[in-house]
Design a protein around this ligand. Structure first.
Ligand code: AVJ
Length: 323
């Protein structure tokens, strides 16, 4: 066998055994084709997301940061000394700095993220900014069990789940995740969680379809990732980004819409797409404060405090395990 043929075969075998192969095949086999939104966050996607957070139209990040800055002293007042701060889906850990500034007596900061590059960069930066802080990064999905070093296992835990990442989950799955976090954070555990609020579509749609096209690039990057990691043959030019708001579900959906009738080759399968047919890539649920509190209570949390901005764009909740 020639060198080139061997290389190619090896590549196909790697792709077939990739942990995302089955998920992608399943998603593209459905009547409404879909891809899970965690696939956005490869190195390029994590960079594009950071760019999104700085867009004028994308209000959540800066609004949440302002709320956190105001709430930080009150959050600190309820945090016992020697607690461990556990962050789910930490990404760049930018917002964490606001809390870390207010929480000088933490035993450790434990960020969990699926992006190795984002974790490494954040750990290095925080190590420089907070030289005495013990940082324990975990590569993985935040639905994975929380495992801390034995020396920290009995410390009280405060979870941090900012950015309205909870909005990526359908309500039943969101409740299950909140229950999982309640278990991981243990008795006396607490959760600080950011939740985007329902508002007019004239604000919501541009936040997910910005003028500079960064969100479009972020959405399309999923296809580039599948080309690279699974040897798919998506032609990025033949798809366009679309953001839709569905009031009944109270969610934004992101789609990649096929500009023409085409067939996608992937792992030896062919997936036909009609012109105008879409691949659904993300849900972003929007809550009222009361709706979110009901969900949290259902998941076994007590809602202690909530902070919002003057425009009621975003909310930050403090949940605890109650009595
Ligand atoms: C990280 C899930 C909160 O839903 O607003 C941003 C991701 N998608 N622009 C969101 C996202 C498109 C974001 N979350």
């Amino acid at each position: 066998m020639s060198q080139i043929a061997e290389k190619k075969l090896g590549g196909v075998q790697d792709a077939a055994t990739s942990p995302i192969a089955q998920i992608v095949l399943d998603g593209l086999s459905r009547p409404q084709k879909s891809l899970p939104s965690f696939l956005f966050y490869d190195a390029r996607g994590s960079d594009l997301f950071e760019e999104i957070t700085r867009l004028p139209e994308y209000y959540p990040t800066r609004t949440e940061a302002a709320i956190l800055a105001e709430a930080a002293p009150a959050i600190a007042a309820h945090t016992p000394p020697g607690a461990v701060l556990v962050e789910y889906g930490s990404g760049s850990s930018r917002k964490t700095e606001i809390l870390l500034d207010a929480l000088p007596n933490l035993a450790a900061y434990a960020p969990i993220d699926v992006s190795q590059s984002a974790l490494a960069e954040a750990s290095a930066r925080l190590g420089r900014r907070f030289p005495t802080l013990r940082v324990i990064p975990t590569l993985g999905d935040f639905s994975a069990p929380l495992i801390l070093p034995a020396s920290l296992s009995r410390r009280p835990r405060t979870g941090f789940f900012p950015g309205s990442t909870i909005g990526n989950f359908a309500p039943a799955d969101a409740a299950a995740l909140l229950t999982h976090m309640a278990q991981g954070l243990g008795d006396g555990g607490r959760l600080i969680i950011g939740v985007d609020l329902l508002k007019d579509v004239s604000i919501l749609i541009p936040a997910y379809d910005d003028a500079a096209g960064v969100t479009a690039a972020f959405n399309l990057n999923i296809l580039a990732r599948l080309n690279r990691e699974l040897g798919a043959d998506f032609d990025l030019q033949s798809f366009r980004h679309e953001a839709r708001f569905y009031a009944a579900e109270s969610r934004i959906e992101m789609h990649l819409v096929s500009r023409r009738r085409q067939k996608i080759g992937l792992l030896g399968c062919l997936f036909p797409l009609e012109a105008g047919e879409s691949i659904h890539t993300e849900n972003s649920y929007k809550y009222s404060i009361a709706q979110f509190q009901a969900l949290a209570e259902l998941a076994g949390w007590s809602c202690r405090r909530v902070w919002t901005d003057d425009g009621d764009l975003f909310s930050v909740h403090e949940l605890d395990r109650g009595i």
